[in-house]
Design a protein around this ligand. Structure first.
Ligand SMILES: Nc1ncnc2c1ncn2[C@@H]1O[C@H](COP(=O)(O)OP(=O)(O)O)[C@@H](O)[C@H]1O
Ligand SMILES: [Mg+2]
Length: 311
């Protein structure tokens, strides 16, 4: 389990030491065996949080624990695998040589290492490319090899910084499938992203980060469930003058003779409209409520952050 409390990182930049609040008071828990997504736009503090978890940088304040060991300690690091943002792999090595190098860094024995390399290349679908130099890899292949590297040494928690960025849809699906496999093996997967459809497709839990601050955390369903974005009512068999009025006065969309679609911001308003249609002897064909999606929530938080900045 990974747990951090009030984790904070302040950078000082430039000659005058201008203050950058990269991460402020981050508190969260990541349960074992789940896929957890840290979501936020560029500059939100995702990589900073990840570097703190790994002990690559020291927090200004706050604490964290990984399976009972403080973040940054050798014991906590031993439990982690890490795929950095834009991994720079040694291009002149082959896939197998690269994994051997990664394995030697975590001090695996040669025999264990060989079996491990076989297993990992198979897992990420690179067995056919084991003897190919990395410089001949596609971006998707590089990312999959990076994932294999993160898994050397059998880590309980795998931390991936923007694992899908720069990949085409097939590459993204490959990475996604590998993340599912890791979770199904009982590992904890923690990843950061700014690509929202990926989050909706794979996360058990998400945390939204905006300008270094956590704005939302929980199961995606729970974060989005109670917000209706719009309720669309389609009515037909309407008298021509009524249909025309709906288009003019309620920005309805005409959909053929006597048939109009009208959108409402809430169920109440949609219900009143349905009653009007019934009273006018029209037919209510459908009432469809569309829920807020992650992108809507994301944009709402970005707007709120701008509001705060303006004040
Ligand atoms: N080494 C650093 N020195 C100074 N500022 C930094 C440093 N690393 C990151 N930052 C700043 O911290 C903020 C968060 O950056 P980062 O964690 O990389 O965001 P993300 O990964 O979400 O894009 C940004 O404003 C960034 O410019
Ligand atoms: Mg980043």
């Amino acid at each position: 389990m990974l747990e951090v409390r009030n984790l904070t990182k302040v950078y000082r930049v430039g000659f005058w030491g201008r203050r950058v609040d990269a991460l402020s008071e981050l508190t969260l828990e990541v349960e074992t065996g789940r896929i957890f997504g840290l979501v936020g736009p560029n500059g939100a503090g995702k990589s900073t949080a990840i570097k703190l978890f790994l002990g690559l940088i020291r927090p200004t304040s706050g604490t964290g624990i990984i399976d009972g060991h403080p973040i940054g300690s050798p014991e906590s690091r031993r439990r982690l695998g890490f795929l950095p943002e834009n991994p720079a792999l040694y291009e002149f090595l082959t896939a197998e040589e690269y994994l051997a190098l990664a394995g030697s860094l975590v001090k695996l024995e040669t025999k264990v290492l060989r079996e491990e390399a076989d297993r990992l290349l198979e897992l990420v679908g690179l067995t056919h490319a084991r003897d190919l130099a990395i410089r001949k890899f596609s971006k998707g292949m590089v990312q999959r090899l990076g994932l294999a590297q993160a898994l050397v040494g059998d880590p309980a928690i795998v931390i991936l910084d923007e694992p899908m960025s720069g990949l085409d849809p097939i590459g993204r699906k490959d990475v996604r499938d590998i993340m599912f496999k890791l979770r199904d093996e009982g590992r904890t997967v923690f990843f950061s992203t700014h690509i929202l459809p990926d989050v909706e497709a794979i996360c058990d839990r998400v945390a939204l980060l905006s300008k270094g601050r956590l704005t939302d955390i929980g199961r995606l369903d729970d974060l989005l469930s109670n917000r209706v974005r719009a309720v669309e009512v389609t009515a037909s068999s309407l008298a021509p003058d009524l249909a025309e009025r709906l288009v003019k006065e309620r920005s309805g969309r005409a959909q053929g003779e006597g048939r109009v679609l009208v959108s409402f911001p809430s169920h109440d308003e949609a219900n009143r409209f349905v009653a009007e249609i019934v009273a006018a002897k029209g037919t209510v064909e459908s009432v469809v409520a569309s829920r807020e999606n992650l992108e809507d929530l994301f944009m709402r938080r970005a707007e709120e952050a701008k509001e705060v900045a303006r004040r």
